[in-house]
Design a protein around this ligand. Structure first.
Ligand code: URA
Length: 242
C-alpha cells in the first residue's frame, strides 16, 4: 500500500505558502489539483507520491530542515506581522532559501516571555513524535516569585488542577521530574505541552513564574549545543536524538 499524506501537509512542504490558511484558500478557490483532479478538501489524505499542482504547475517538496533556536524573550511563535516573532530569525538565515523558510513551523510553542529551546522544522513526523508520540520530557528552568517548599514539590509531582484558557475546563497536570536549584529556582520536567502549563502549575500553588527557560527536550540539553555565538543552529536529522 502506498503511503498517504494530508494534502495540506504536502502543500505546506512545497514552500509555496507560509500560512496554512493560504493553502486552504488555494484549495477552496479550485487552484489545486491532485493527479489532475481538482482538490476539494485540504484535510483529505492523498498518496504521498501523487502529483499535486497549483495553477497547473506541479509542486515539489523542499528539503527537510531543522533549526534549533535559543529563543529570546519578547518573541512570539506565531507567523504574524504585528509582533516580533521567531520567523524573523529564520528570515535572517541566509543558508535557508525563501521557499524552505516559508515551509518551516515551530514544534510546540513557547510563550512570548519564555526563552530557550525551540525546534523549527518542516518535518511533520518530527512534530508528531515530539508533541503527540511517545511522551518526550521537556525540561524548564523556572525562577519563582515565592519560595518553592517541599510540599510544593510533592504537589507538583502528584498533580495539580489547572484550567484550560480556551475551554474553561479543569484538568490535572503533573511534573514527571523536579530538581531543586535554589529556594526560588527549580528545574521541572513535563511530558505534555499544554498552553502556559508551567505557569499554571505554579499558579495552582499560589506562586508565580518570574522567568522561564526551556533547557531540555528529551536527551537534548541546551548547554550541550554549540550555537557558535548565534541564537540558532541548523541541525541534521541524524543529530536529533530525543
Ligand atoms: N509552560 C509555560 O507556562 N509557558 C511556556 O512557554 C512553556 C511551558
Amino acid at each position: 500500500m502506498s503511503k498517504k499524506i494530508r494534502l495540506l501537509a504536502k502543500l505546506m512542504r512545497s514552500g509555496e505558502f507560509s500560512r496554512s490558511a493560504e493553502a486552504e484558500e488555494a484549495v477552496r478557490k479550485g487552484r489545486v489539483t491532485v493527479d489532475g483532479k481538482p482538490a476539494t478538501n485540504p484535510q483529505h489524505s492523498v498518496k504521498a507520491n501523487a502529483t499535486v499542482s497549483i495553477n497547473d504547475r506541479p509542486i515539489e517538496p523542499v528539503a527537510f530542515t531543522y533549526v534549533i533556536l535559543d529563543k529570546q524573550k519578547g518573541m512570539v511563535c506565531q507567523k504574524t506581522d504585528k509582533e516580533r516573532n521567531v520567523y524573523e530569525v529564520i528570515s535572517s538565515i541566509e543558508e535557508i532559501d525563501p521557499k524552505t523558510r516559508a515551509s518551516l513551523f515551530c514544534v510546540g510553542r513557547l510563550d512570548r516571555d519564555t526563552e530557550g529551546l525551540l525546534i523549527i522544522t518542516n518535518d511533520g513526523q518530527l512534530e508528531k513524535l515530539l508533541t503527540k508520540g511517545k511522551r518526550i520530557i521537556k525540561i524548564y528552568a523556572v525562577v519563582t516569585d515565592a519560595s518553592v517548599t517541599d510540599d510544593d514539590v510533592a504537589a507538583l509531582l502528584k498533580g495539580v488542577q489547572v484550567t484550560d484558557d480556551d475551554t474553561g475546563k479543569a484538568f490535572f497536570v503533573k511534573a514527571v521530574a523536579i530538581k531543586r536549584l535554589g529556594e526560588k529556582q527549580i528545574e521541572i520536567g513535563i511530558d505534555e505541552g499544554r498552553k502556559r502549563q508551567i505557569k499554571k502549575m505554579l499558579e495552582a500553588l499560589g506562586n508565580h513564574v518570574v522567568s522561564l527557560r526551556r533547557v531540555g527536550i528529551g536527551k537534548m540539553r541546551i548547554e550541550s549545543l554549540n550555537f557558535d555565538g548565534k541564537r540558532y543552529l541548523i541541525a541534521r536529522k541524524q543529530d536529533l536524538k530525543f
